[in-house]
Each structure stands twice: as C-alpha cells, then as structure tokens.
Design a binder for this molecule. Structure first.
Ligand SMILES: Cc1cc2nc3c(=O)[nH]c(=O)nc-3n(C[C@H](O)[C@H](O)[C@H](O)COP(=O)(O)OP(=O)(O)OC[C@H]3O[C@@H](n4cnc5c(N)ncnc54)[C@H](O)[C@@H]3O)c2cc1C
Length: 369
C-alpha cells in the first residue's frame, strides 16, 4: 500500500468508497443528517450500473410491504440480515422519497416502480441534484486502493493521495459488469482486514441450452412465460410466472432469472461436506405454447449477471448498524455484501436500505457521548 501524507489535519467524518446506488443514497442521507462526508468513485461519473438497470429504465422499487419484500427474498439468512434495514427504509418510502425530489414515477400492474420517463438517468440526476444541494464533495476518477485502520480512524489510500477518515463506508458493489467499476475491491479490502468472503456466483442470469427450438426463436420475447424448478425426485420446489426471452445462447427474462437465482441458493444450502453441490435439479420453462425441460443448469458467466451472489459474509456484519464486527468504524452497504434479491427492484432497494442503515447508525453514534 502506498500512503501519502494525509490530506487534512482533521479526519473527514465519513468517506464513502463507491458512488453507485448504495454510495449515492448513503451520501444523500449523510447530507440530510449533517454528517460531513465525501464520495470516492473509480469511474468518471456516479451510478454507471444504475444507468444500466432494467435496460436503462431503472426499476428502483416495488409497491409491497416490508414483510412481502422479506418473504420474496426467499433465502432466510439474507432476509434476517436485512430485515431491520428494510423495515426502516421500506420500498414505498423509497418511492415517496424519489417523488419528493420531483421524480415523476410510473407503477406497473405488478407493482414495480420506474421513473415515468423510463430513464435511469432521471434517478441518477435526482441524486446528483441532492448531492450538489447538500454540498457533498465527489472525487471521481479515483479508485481507492486500500483502507487501513488507525488508532483514530482510517487511512483511505488512492493513487494520488491518502485521506484520513473517521468512518469508512464500503459501497463498491459486486463483481458483475466490471466496466461499470465494480470489480471486487471492497471485498478485497474486507478480506485484508480479516473478513470472510462467501464465494461468488452469478445471480439473475440466463441459462444456456442447445435446444434447436430456442435457437430458432432467438430474439422472441414471451410475456406470459413460466418456470418451474424440480428437485431430483421431480417435485416442484419453485414456480414463477413472468417474461421468458429466447436468446442465441438459451433463455433469459425474469422467469428464468428468478428460477436461476433460486437454484443457486437452494444448492448453496445443500453443499455437501466434500464441497459438491446438489444435483438432479431441472428447470421446466413454458412459453409460446410449449414446455421445455433443462436437465443441465448452465448459467451464463458471472460478468453478465444482474447481481453477484456471495461477497462479504454478513455473519461478520452487525445488522443493526451495518458495521464490521471486526473493525469498528468500517461499514458496508449494497452488493459488496452477500445479499441479493429477485428481479423487480429488490436489489436497488437492498442497496438503498443498507446504505441508509449504515449512515443512520453513524449519526446515532455521533449523538451518543
Ligand atoms: C444489467 C443490470 C440490470 C439491473 N437492473 C436492476 C433493476 O432494474 N432493479 C434493481 O433493483 N436492480 C437492478 N440491477 C442490480 C443493481 O444495479 C445493483 O444491485 C446495484 O447497483 C448495487 O448497488 P451498489 O451501490 O452496491 O453497487 P454499484 O451500483 O455497482 O456501485 C458500486 C460503485 O463503486 C465504485 N467502485 C468500485 N470499486 C471502487 C474503488 N476501489 N474505489 C472507488 N470506487 C469504486 C464503482 O465504480 C461503482 O460506481 C441491475 C444490474 C444489472 C447489471
């Protein structure tokens, strides 16, 4: 680690590493609560991945209660970990928050919320305005290279300078679509500080198949598709109705993504002592009047995944504060953590809710002598 002399004689209260969904939300909450903070962002602009969401339309939340949200996460450990954060920052509050910033919103019949102009840039601009009004410094083109704990805070190292911060929030995202800036740095910082990482897997991604019927239909979209996941005995263990798209490589679309995510979690819970995953899982996909069975589950590569499964192990993070149980003053939010949800605005909501939780607990700490 190269460290320059720290920039200031006083530490900044909060350094936010990563200006994606979680980092922007965290900075907005910090500004509202008068916690001096700044954002360090690898890319030239904030929110590169947010701009890609829902094909550039940004499905940022869903019209459901916190209980419904937590139920839909499925995986128990993730739901338990984020429960408090989500109850304190429920999806409908996120919708009202954007509306209060002047973002006109559009609700789909299934409850998904988008900006009315279907432009993800509208959401990123809303954050931009908020951070400008809150005078939050943003240092872009600036990748953090290391985070080193001191007796009184942290040294946050970059190529050109080293910053002294009292608290650090790591919001560097997962590892998919690395061109958006999320390349696994936060997980590496965590690991260097003694944290365990849960191995990465792709989440919400298409399944490959060589079935010639799919190849013939490549480019077709079926809104009324459905998927079933069957266990080795043929029992249906997951069902989802939603879009299925035929691609040159196989199948994609919400119904396929959610089935694939279910399988990853199902298999993870059943990893055997020798590290092997559960076998015998099959997917039945119904669309366009036919039903097709995939006996071999071949997800597309992680770099193309909508969400990264795995990351910083949440057992070492306090769910009441998002603070590391190992390194006081170090906080995590968003996809850098081993948390994920299905398609439908769940992953942005998770990034926002965990970010708010981290900053709210820093604010509380400030008030407590
Ligand atoms: C194609 C696609 C479509 C999606 N659609 C949806 C959707 O419609 N709804 C939904 O809810 N979710 C969607 N998601 C998922 C959602 O975008 C992510 O879960 C969410 O952006 C995660 O937020 P984050 O802040 O944790 O990470 P990110 O948004 O990835 O932000 C991380 C930021 O950290 C920066 N960074 C990384 N390392 C460093 C470093 N060392 N120093 C400084 N900065 C660094 C990165 O440049 C990046 O800007 C989609 C994802 C993809 C890929």
């Amino acid at each position: 680690m190269t460290t320059h002399a720290p920039l200031a004689h006083r530490p900044v209260k909060l350094a936010i590493v990563g200006g994606g969904a979680a980092g922007m939300f965290a900075a907005a909450v910090a500004a509202e609560r008068h916690i001096p903070c700044l954002i360090l962002e690898r890319k030239a602009r904030l929110g590169s991945k947010v701009l890609m969401t829902a094909n550039g339309r940004c499905n940022f939340a869903k019209d459901i209660s916190p209980d419904e949200f937590l139920r839909d996460l499925g995986e128990r450990s993730c739901a338990e970990f984020v429960a408090e954060a989500v109850r304190e920052c429920p999806p409908r509050q996120i919708v009202r928050g954007f509306q209060s910033l002047g973002v006109r919103t559009k609700r789909m019949t299934d409850g998904r919320f988008f900006p009315a102009d279907e432009k993800a840039a509208t959401i990123v601009h809303a954050f931009g305005d908020l951070l400008r009004d809150g005078e939050v410094p943003i240092i872009s083109n600036c990748a953090v290279t290391a985070v080193k704990p001191l007796k009184n805070g942290f040294l946050v190292a970059t190529k050109n300078f080293t910053l002294w911060a009292e608290n650090v929030l790591v919001a560097t995202g997962g590892v998919s679509y690395p061109k958006t800036g999320s390349v696994g740095d936060g997980q590496r910082f965590a690991q260097a500080l003694g944290h365990k990482l849960v191995p990465y897997r792709p989440g919400l991604i298409g399944l490959e198949t060589r079935d010639p019927k799919v190849a013939r239909l490549a480019g077709r979209r079926f809104e009324d598709g459905a998927t079933k996941v069957l266990d080795a005995s043929g029992k249906t263990i997951f069902e989802y109705r939603g879009e299925i798209d035929c691609e040159s490589f196989g199948l994609s679309g919400a119904a396929v993504y959610n089935a694939q995510r279910f399988i990853e979690h199902y298999e993870r819970e059943r990893v055997t002592g020798d590290g092997n995953r559960a076998t015998g899982i099959a997917v039945e996909a119904s669309f366009g009047g036919m039903t097709m069975r995939l006996d071999k589950i071949n997800p597309r590569p992680l770099k193309e995944a909508i969400v990264t499964l795995g990351g910083v192990d949440t057992r070492e993070i306090d769910p009441h504060t998002m603070q590391s149980k190992l390194v006081p003053g170090l906080y995590f939010a968003g996809e850098v953590l081993d948390i994920d949800g299905p398609t439908g605005g769940y992953n942005l909501t998770l990034a926002f809710a965990t970010a708010r939780k981290a900053v709210a607990s820093i604010a509380k700490k400030e008030k407590t002598p």
